[in-house]
Design a protein around this ligand. Structure first.
Ligand code: PGA
Length: 245
């Protein structure tokens, strides 16, 4: 796992955008796993800017969702597929059917998780998976205790995740308790992983992910075992790293 520490959230986004655009220029048909969360927004803005300047095309890429709430309509602003479309894909030349979604409104969510996992396998996995990290060390919705051999599945959200996501809803009661998420093994199959973290509230999770033992209590710590994982953090998120304190 490579760790890159930069000063600001803007630099985190810049560093990540340059890695994504490098990949897409080298490998125009690359498949990319897209994450949501406030941390990803700066990256999506920069990728849109680079596209508008004519410096990159996403026309031949395939995109895969990392996770999705159960029971939220795809048209809702809280739907993760809506977020990646409205913040990124709708502003670039991504092909209309290039986004492989997790349908949180599917009648049978277990079957939906298996369908997605199969599509991902048939596509040969992703070349690059984008990730954020939760204050509790989750990646995707793989909460503490998630098995390392987990595949895309139905998950129950922890209270701290519900609290973190409550500001996006009109009340905490409206935050879904259940979601579909790529599993830890699914994520580890990605050929490369780009995890971004910004802000002091992520410092403890970042330190546990990088300096701690590989443990179920910090799901992101599994990334220590991925040779193509890069973690890009700002100085606030890096403040508890052994190399900085
Ligand atoms: P955030 O979420 O980018 O909104 O902090 C990250 C996550 O919970 O994975």
């Amino acid at each position: 796992m490579d760790v890159v520490v930069v000063e600001s959230a803007e630099e985190v986004a810049r560093e990540a955008a340059s890695r994504v655009t490098d990949l897409v220029r080298r490998h125009p048909t690359a498949s990319i796993g897209l994450a949501t969360g406030g941390t990803q927004l700066g990256l999506y803005r920069l990728l849109t800017d680079v596209y508008r300047r004519g410096q990159v095309s996403f026309a031949d890429n395939q995109f895969f969702m990392l996770d999705e709430y159960a029971g939220i309509l795809p048209t809702s602003t809280n739907s993760f597929q809506h977020v990646v479309r409205s913040e990124f894909l709708n502003h670039v030349d991504a092909a209309p059917r290039s986004l492989h979604v997790l349908d949180g409104t599917a009648h049978d969510l277990h079957a939906e998780a298996q369908r997605f996992e199969q599509i991902l396998r048939d596509a040969g996995g992703v070349d690059m998976q984008l990730l954020g990290i939760g204050t509790n060390g989750h990646v995707g919705f793989n909460e503490p205790g998630s098995p390392p051999n987990s595949r895309t599945r139905l998950v129950r959200l922890h209270d701290d995740t519900i609290a973190s996501n409550a500001p996006y809803f009109s009340s905490p009661a409206e935050v879904p308790r259940v979601a579909i998420s790529q599993g830890l093994e699914t994520i580890m199959k990605a050929r490369s992983i780009l995890l971004m973290a910004i802000g002091a509230r992520k410092a403890k999770a970042v330190a546990e992910m990088i300096d701690g033992e590989i443990t179920l209590e910090c799901p992101a710590s599994i990334l220590q075992g991925h040779s193509g994982a890069t973690v890009i953090v700002d100085s606030a998120a890096a403040s508890l790293l052994a190399s900085r304190v």
